[in-house]
Design a protein around this ligand. Sequence first.
Ligand SMILES: Nc1ncnc2c1ncn2[C@@H]1O[C@H](COP(=O)(O)OP(=O)(O)O)[C@@H](O)[C@H]1O
Ligand SMILES: [Mg+2]
Length: 445
Amino acid sequence: MRLSRYFLPVLKETPAEAQIVSHRYMLRAGMIKQASAGIYSWLPLGFKVLKKIENIVHEEQQRAGHIPMLMPTLQSADLWRESGRYDGYGEEMLRMKDRHGRDMLYSPTAEEMFTDVFRSYVKSYKDLPLTLYQIQWKFRDEIRPRFGVMRGREFFMKDGYNFDLTKEDALHAYNRHLVSYLRTYERMGLQAIPMRADSGPIGGDYTHEFLVLADTGESEVFYDSKVTDISLGKRDIDFDDVAQCQAVMDEFTSLYARTDETHVEAEFNEVPEDRRRVARGIEVGQIFYFGTTYSDKMGATVVNDQGDHVPVHMGSHGIGVSRLLGAIIEASHDDKGIIWPEGVTPFHCGIINLRQGDDAADAACESLYSALIAAGLEPLYDDRNERAGGKFATMDLIGLPWRITVGPRGLKNGVVELTSRKTGESVEMPPEQAAAKVVEIYASL
Ligand SMILES: Nc1ncnc2c1ncn2[C@@H]1O[C@H](COP(=O)(O)OP(=O)(O)O)[C@@H](O)[C@H]1O
Ligand SMILES: [Mg+2]
C-alpha cells in the first residue's frame, strides 16, 4: 500500500473522551470511529488488525479440530424461552419486534442457537465429539460502555461450543480449548494467564478466564509470579492426546492465579511472600464447562451404545476478538504510539522516503516496495510529499514493527536504515539486505 492512496485519517489532537491509552491511540491512528456509545466503525487500519486477529483465532481453533460456521446475529426469542434465558437475561439483551410483532433479539452469545443446530442433526454418540464455533458480532447493551473497543456494546467474539458424550470427554474439550487459547494469545505477542474464575449462576468448578496484565484492566487479579515464567512456545501438541492436553492444563493452572471473584486470602498466603502479586488484568477470553444445563432444557440428546437417550455434555468458550486490539495496545506501546507485535501488525514494514521526488530515493523505495511484495509481505510506503518529521511521527503512531528509511545521503554510500519500532535501534545496510532481513524476521514467526 502507498500511503498517498490509503485512507488513514490520523488525528493530531488527543481525543478528550478517551481515558486509556489504547482507546486514544486507536482513535488517533485512524483505526476506529465511534458511531454511537460502545459502537464503532472499523476504519481500514483497524479493520486490517481485526482481520489478522480473527485469522489467528481461526487457525488455532482449526488446528485444535474445532469447526467454523456462522450463526445469524438476529435471533428469534423462542429458542431463548426454551432455555429460560429470555426473561432472565435482563437489560443487556437488545430486544426488538419484527413487522409481524414477533420477538427478536440481537445475539449476546449463542448457546441456544448452537444447541438447536446440534439437536436438529446429531442423534448418535458415534458423531461425537463435536466442537462448533463462530466468530461473529455480538451485542450487549452494557450499562457503561467504555475504553473504546474494550467494553463495547457491539463487539466481535469467537464463541465455541463442545458437544460430548461424557463429562470426561467434555473436560478434554475444555483442556483443548485452554491449550489452543494459549497458543492463540502467544501468536499475538500476548501473555494471557489462565485464572480460575467464577462460574456464576450455572455453577461448577470448571471455568478459567484468560487475563492480560495491565494497569487499566477491569479485573483485580491475584497470582504467584511464577506463572508469568511459563509459556507454551512452539511445542508440538496432539489435540487428540488426552494426557498431553491435561498435562498442559496442569502446568498452567497449578500455581495460584485467580480473579477477585474466586480469590481466597488463606490460600494465597501459602504462596511465598516474594512471589505474591496483586495486579489488574484485561479478560481476553473465558472457557467454561457447564455439563447438561442446556442439553437438558433443550432436549439435545444422543443415543449411546446401550441404546439410551442421554443429554450431551457441553461447554462454551469465548475470545474477545475486538477487545484484543485494545489489550494488545495496552500491553505494547510507548509515548509515541502503538508497537504492534509482528503477528498482528497491519503492515509488515514501513518504508519512508525522506526526499520524495529525488530520483535515487524514489527508485530505491520502489524496488524495496516491490521486493517486499514479491516476498509475500505487505509494506506501507510513505510516498507523500511531507517533511520527514511528519512521516516519522505517523509511522511511530501506527506502530509497524519495522521501518526502512531511504534518503539521498545514505544512498550515496549504498545504504538505507532498518529500524526496530520496539527498541528504536537503527542499522545501516544495503537496501537488498534490509529487505532480506525483514523477510527473514517474518519467515521465522
Ligand atoms: N462488552 C464487551 N466488549 C468487548 N469484548 C467483550 C465484551 N464482553 C465480553 N467481551 C469479550 O468476550 C469474551 C467472552 O465473553 P464472556 O466471557 O461471555 O463475557 P463476560 O465475562 O463479560 O460475561 C470475554 O472474555 C471478553 O474478552
Ligand atoms: Mg467472561
